[in-house]
Ligand binder design. Structure first.
Ligand code: ACM
Length: 450
């Protein structure tokens, strides 16, 4: 994956109710550009912002699958070999959403609808119903927030916990506070923030410009002018946002006291959740049909394959699990390699998995809730020490998608292991064609089966 990337901010003044003219303005600003990996455009860049009625807002909205604006951006993404995150006035039936699209040379690859509507937007737009997705792109994981969403720290935190290294922020800011607040969000979440604001006036509303790019230290890398239409760009290394370590003893995410407070994402896509529940039941049943001896012999085969890979041979520190009867068995493997490799096992603490050193089988203690044997060794403060992660699950695709037990422990933990090669281990009955995803789910580098 390319992590050294050029980010572009396109700051302009969309004209209210003139999609064709806004396309021409954007096209003009992009004319002499090249080498930008991702452009961020303002909120409602297609239509302008300050509508006088819902009817007017509706008139300048477009369905995503039949939109002059997205067609134009797709064409530009192809021509410039780039990605766009842009605000758009989106129509669905007789409803409209203040939305953003992620667009690449192959079309629309991401879609987000503003959760927190500002002021009179509440008269025109439906509140967002896409949750807070994180999109896998060729340059890494990207989250999107739109303008007033910035006021809600939970949105930033959730996207960052879900692995976003860059949050793109199409905006039409009328107040001057956001540009000052963004370094705080970038710093506390150790992420990059790219905020493209508009300039100019829409009827009686003025917008504050000063689009910014901020790094994980909370430093401005770019800051636009308050009034001018302009493009700004800067080269960054997105891998800087994968390392959450702050001191040898402090890790921005792992240090959260989730035994005291927590942040849970709700099931925002009931269809996806339902399909996952169905798949879990179906796969669990087929595992139950295997005898324990069959599971043990397949597990031996899987672990022998794993041992042949260079990522295993080179690994010093391995994150693994102490298997339950219905999982690929790891006990013999751990016994065989203990002393030669350093093993780290998970221990549940609140809604997080703690990483603890494995110090011997007799030191394992069952947890009170799930009766899983858990390590009692030293807490590992720096997850970037882990070279290899061996991950259980209920179901996997051969492409690396994973379905867990539904609590999200691994989806929250795996993004912290920024250096680790991540391998899923699965009985053949656990390999499925497709796993529905709502953007929370972590992808593995490889899945090994019999
Ligand atoms: C805003 O959310 N457009 C201020």
């Amino acid at each position: 994956m390319k992590t050294k990337v050029n980010i572009g901010l396109l700051q302009f003044a969309p004209v209210l109710g003139n999609i064709a003219l806004n396309i021409r303005k954007i096209n003009h600003l992009l004319e002499k550009t090249s080498g930008i990996d991702l452009w961020v455009l303002p909120e409602l860049a297609s239509s302008g912002y300050n509508f006088s009625s819902k009817e007017e807002a509706l008139r300048y909205s477009e369905p995503l699958n039949d939109s002059l604006f997205t067609k134009f951006l797709i064409k530009k993404a192809k021509a410039l070999n780039t990605l766009f995150v842009s605000g758009i006035n989106e129509r669905e039936g007789d409803k409209i959403f203040n939305s953003a699209v992620l667009i690449g040379p192959n079309g629309i690859t991401g879609h987000y609808r503003k959760l927190h509507l500002f002021n009179r937007e509440k008269e025109f737009f439906e509140p967002g119903n896409t949750g807070l997705p994180v999109f896998n792109t060729p340059i890494g994981k990207i989250g999107i927030l739109i303008c007033f969403d910035w006021m809600f720290p939970e949105s930033w935190r959730l996207l960052a916990l879900k692995g976003a290294t860059l949050i793109c922020h199409p905006s039409n800011l009328v107040l001057p506070y956001c540009q000052t607040a963004l370094p705080g969000y970038a710093l506390t979440n150790q992420i990059f923030v790219a905020s493209a604001n508009r300039v100019g006036k829409d009827n009686d509303l003025s917008f504050t410009g000063q689009s910014v790019l901020v790094n994980p230290n909370g430093e401005y890398l770019l800051k636009g002018s308050p009034h001018n239409e302009e493009i700004l760009s800067y080269g960054i290394d997105l891998s800087e946002a994968s390392n959450k370590q702050m001191t040898p003893f402090n890790q921005a995410f792992a240090d959260r006291r989730t035994d005291i407070y927590s942040l849970h994402e709700k099931d925002f896509n009931p269809m996806v959740q339902m399909e996952k529940r169905r798949l879990r039941i179906e796969v669990k049943q087929t595992i139950q049909e295997l005898s324990f001896d069959e599971r043990l012999s397949m597990s031996q085969n899987i672990m022998t394959q794993l041992e042949k890979h260079s990522y295993f041979q080179k690994a010093n520190t391995i994150f693994i699990y102490w298997s339950l009867p219905d999982e690929v068995q790891t006990h013999d493997f751990i016994k065989r390699w203990m002393g030669k490799k350093k093993f780290i096992l998970p221990k549940i603490n609140g809604d997080q998995l703690e990483l603890r050193e494995f110090t011997g089988i007799s030191d394992l203690k069952p947890d009170e809730k799930f009766h899983i044997s858990e390590p009692t060794g030293r807490l590992v403060n720096d997850p970037s020490l882990i070279d290899l992660a061996i991950v259980p699950g209920i179901a996997f695709t051969s492409g690396g998608a994973r379905l867990g037990r539904g609590k999200g422990y691994y989806d929250r933990t795996l993004p912290l292991l920024n250096r680790a090669f991540k391998v899923g281990v699965a009985f053949p009955a656990q390999i499925v064609k497709d796993i529905p995803t709502d953007g929370n789910d972590v992808f593995l580098d490889q899945v090994i089966t019999v």
